[in-house]
Design a protein around this ligand. Sequence first.
Ligand SMILES: Cc1cc2nc3c(=O)[nH]c(=O)nc-3n(C[C@H](O)[C@H](O)[C@H](O)COP(=O)(O)O)c2cc1C
Length: 393
Amino acid sequence: MWSTPSVGLRDESWWAAWCTKRVRRSSSLVLSFSAQNLVAFNFVAKSAIVLDSLSWSVLAVSDEWVRLVDLSWLLPNVSIPSLITNVAELIGTGHIVMDGTGAAANDEAYRQKWLWGAVAGLYHFGIKDPVYLDPAATSSWISNQIKVAPSPELYQTNEDYEKVIQLQIPCSRDELMATLLRRRSYRGFDSSAAIHIDDLAACLFAGLGITGFIISGPPGYGPLPLKPTPSGGGRNPYEAYVYLRKVDGIEPGIYHYSAIDHTLGLVGSELNYRIGDLLAGQTWFNDACALVVLVACFSRTMWKYPHPTGYRVVLLEAGHIAQNMLILAESRGLSAAPTCAVRDDLCSKVLNLDPYLQGVVYTVALGVRGSTPTIADPVIIEPNTRLGEVKSK
Ligand SMILES: Cc1cc2nc3c(=O)[nH]c(=O)nc-3n(C[C@H](O)[C@H](O)[C@H](O)COP(=O)(O)O)c2cc1C
């Protein structure tokens, strides 16, 4: 980081060093208005500043690496002390990076690796590590929302259409349908019970197991893995890690699931965090036996789809995988619940992820059903009486 002693205290060697340092505008900036201010948001560093005319000028001329001495030639009307102070501030906020620093290395990594640009980058990086509300704050937020405005309808009828066809409810004797109808998220895990390794294996396989390959396209294109879940372009961007607390037949630890071999590889034996810590303080997940963490490997999908809509493809696939796991969990009598409220920084550290190529998108907690529901479990569930008149086949 560039040090900023007051201008008067700087000696000749400091000035000599200052002159030769190179800076560049961060690659992850977007500009927007807030009231009458122009705001520059660095969506990777997650820092926003109001742009004054000097900052604007400095950012505008530092599109590529520029020595600080040249910056002073490029902006001849700016006094050197003002320029030093401004550059130091912009470096401090991450809006400018200085060659040779960690910030510059990160910026280069972003340039090289994140090929979906600012359209997807603003969302992907910008939503990481939000401030999650605890249950009390959530319920007071909801109470306030109810006062401010009624909730939008959560379903739509066909009452406005002239022609309406009543459909048969599928037969609940059908095994798959019965499993789907039984499935509910439940977080009241039995803290002392373990799930069996075969049940964990079945869930992982249902979501991610590679069962075959598509052979097509020019040499080098495939083979494209096929799984029980669909994947945009067959790119299969997900890897699963298991934060494994209590599973019969396997030591606790962090494991990587290899979808090609259907194996678990031990990443590390230390479980330094409770599952709820990884899940942004959701303590009701602490007693899960295992947390399956779905990590997107963006380059797999970027390779085929350079347009930022590829990011949507990646997000959608997590839902397919998790749903298959949840259904398998239900069919095996496990208790399960999904969540995407993760502490991104902690998960990234624990799993040693490359933040520009990988990201945790979704997780599924698996465990044994205990008798006490948690604060996050529904108290009352009512049947849909509108279905009552429809006869089952
Ligand atoms: C994308 C997504 C995110 C969710 N996040 C959370 C979460 O952060 N914490 C939690 O306890 N449950 C979470 N859930 C589970 C929902 O609360 C649950 O699905 C919903 O209440 C409906 O209940 P059901 O799963 O039994 O149908 C999430 C579900 C989805 C689909």
